[in-house]
Write a protein that binds this ligand. Structure first.
Ligand code: GRF
Length: 203
């Protein structure tokens, strides 16, 4: 399977997926990385691994639609089977989402449906939650509302700050559950059907 990753930041999730690819953890290859931030570290990570990288600076476009038209063209040039959002910080319009529905997945740093949107870890701490975590889900037109594929959680220790919790979740949860979701997709065990993520639990 051909996999591309869209990212806007440091790309530690991208790195986790590249590392999993290199140890053949899934039946696919990362063939491209696209970022809306030309200076983002995720692009450097791609280049370090000989993966074609494309920067499309969203600030250079007059509208969201124009940016997405260019983004869609770059996506299609890779002919991907799976499009991964890994810290991609642009909201995608329903036109883009519908075009790739079923092959577009995202990781969100909360135990959805709790805490869609931003500042998820602080909100979990403020709510006195026992656990926090992350969710890999299909992307639908509803922001962070798509059906969950896999979740991972970790206890919120009393002395934790949003920063320390975010770090623990990033490294101990996100980097582990994302490659699993990718491997399920590459093994054709995962499909999107009527708004739900169905996993074929064959042994
Ligand atoms: C992660 O916390 C992810 O949950 C959120 O953005 C962050 C991406 O981090 N969507 P990185 O760029 O993969 O290190």
């Amino acid at each position: 399977k051909r996999i591309i990753v869209l990212a806007s930041g440091s790309g530690t999730n991208l790195q986790a997926i590249i590392d999993a690819d290199q140890r053949n953890a899934f039946a696919g290859n990362v063939v491209g990385v696209i970022s809306n931030v030309p200076t983002a570290r995720c692009l450097t990570r791609a280049e370090e691994h000989g993966i074609k990288s494309v920067a499309i600076d969203h600030t250079q476009f007059g509208s969201r639609e124009e940016f997405e038209a260019q983004l869609s063209e770059a996506v299609d040039a890779f002919a991907p089977d799976l499009i991964i959002l890994a810290g991609f910080m642009r909201i995608l319009t329903p036109v883009f989402v519908d075009k790739y529905l079923g092959k577009l997945i995202n990781i969100h740093p909360s135990l959805l449906p709790k805490y869609p949107g931003l500042n998820t870890h602080q909100r979990a701490i403020d709510a006195g939650d026992e656990f926090a975590g992350a969710t890999v889900h299909y992307v639908t037109a509803e922001l962070d509302g798509g059906p969950p594929i896999i979740q991972g959680k970790t206890p919120i220790d009393p002395d934790m700050t949003a920063k320390s919790l975010a770090e623990r979740i990033l490294f101990d949860v996100e980097h582990h559950i994302f490659p699993v979701a990718v491997s399920w997709f590459c093994d054709n065990r995962l499909r999107y059907e009527n708004g739900r993520a169905l996993l074929d639990n064959k042994v």
